[in-house]
Design a protein around this ligand. Structure first.
Ligand code: HEM
Length: 201
């Protein structure tokens, strides 16, 4: 069966480092949240990382460097090599609505897996934007005095906490849908390791 090259090596390495960093950031973030909840609930200990506040913070900061350095490499590569332009653009609200509608009815075509459909493009772009917002609001919470202008961008320190929380919710939900889509179209999974995808016979 012939195969085509779909994912450059840089993208594959960055993707898996990113997936690990996001998993650590979210679960350790839930641990930190539990020490001072914004809402009327806390996260169960079984899904939090660290065991207690100080260890949660250590995990959060360690993974933050991984996420930021890896993110800078991925975004720089995406912009400079034309990867983003080729794979994530063009995109229009009409095409996204059409493909999301087709996906919900189980009618989204997966003939050419070398090209992302509009729903995928929107999801990947939204993930990149939400992760940038997460990092910016996280920096504002971490150094609210030194980075006061950044905190002001989110209203104030409290505002930055809410933005940080809801950007996490957005990332978690999009990743959940993303993983469900991978399970529904399993041929895509090995391609994120090998870079190649087998065309349907
Ligand atoms: C266990 C979890 C994950 C699995 C199994 C997974 C799997 C995949 C696969 C198979 C693709 C290629 C899709 C295709 O060719 O049609 C992909 C692409 C992508 N995934 Fe994931 N993923 C996971 C977690 C994540 C996370 C946590 C993020 C970000 C927060 C993420 C962001 C992306 C992005 C942005 C792309 C497009 C990459 C590009 O072409 O530049 N993924 N993922």
């Amino acid at each position: 069966m012939p195969s085509v090259h779909v994912h450059p090596l840089v993208v594959r390495i960055a993707h898996w480092i990113n997936a690990l960093a996001v998993l650590i950031m979210i679960t350790s973030g839930w641990q930190i949240y539990n020490a001072s909840p914004l809402f009327d609930f806390t996260f169960p200990g079984t899904v939090t990382l660290g065991g207690w506040l100080a260890a949660g913070i250590l995990w959060h900061f360690a993974a933050m460097w991984l996420l930021v350095v890896n993110g800078v490499v991925y975004v720089t590569y995406g912009l400079v090599s034309g990867h983003f332009r080729r794979k994530l653009l063009p995109i229009s609200p009409r095409a996204v609505l059409k493909d999301v509608g087709a996906a919900l009815r189980g009618r989204l075509a997966h003939e050419n897996l070398a090209v992302y459909n509009a729903a995928q493009r929107a999801a990947y772009l939204a993930l990149i934007v939400c992760l940038a917002i997460l990092v910016a609001s996280g920096l504002a919470i971490w150094k609210p005095v030194q980075l006061h202008p950044l905190a002001l961008l989110f209203g104030d320190y409290e505002g930055a906490r809410y933005v940080h929380f809801f950007a996490m919710v957005a990332v978690a939900l999009i990743v959940l849908v993303h993983v469900v889509m991978v399970i529904l179209v399993p041929r895509t999974f090995p391609s994120m390791f090998t870079g190649r995808i087998h065309e349907k016979a």
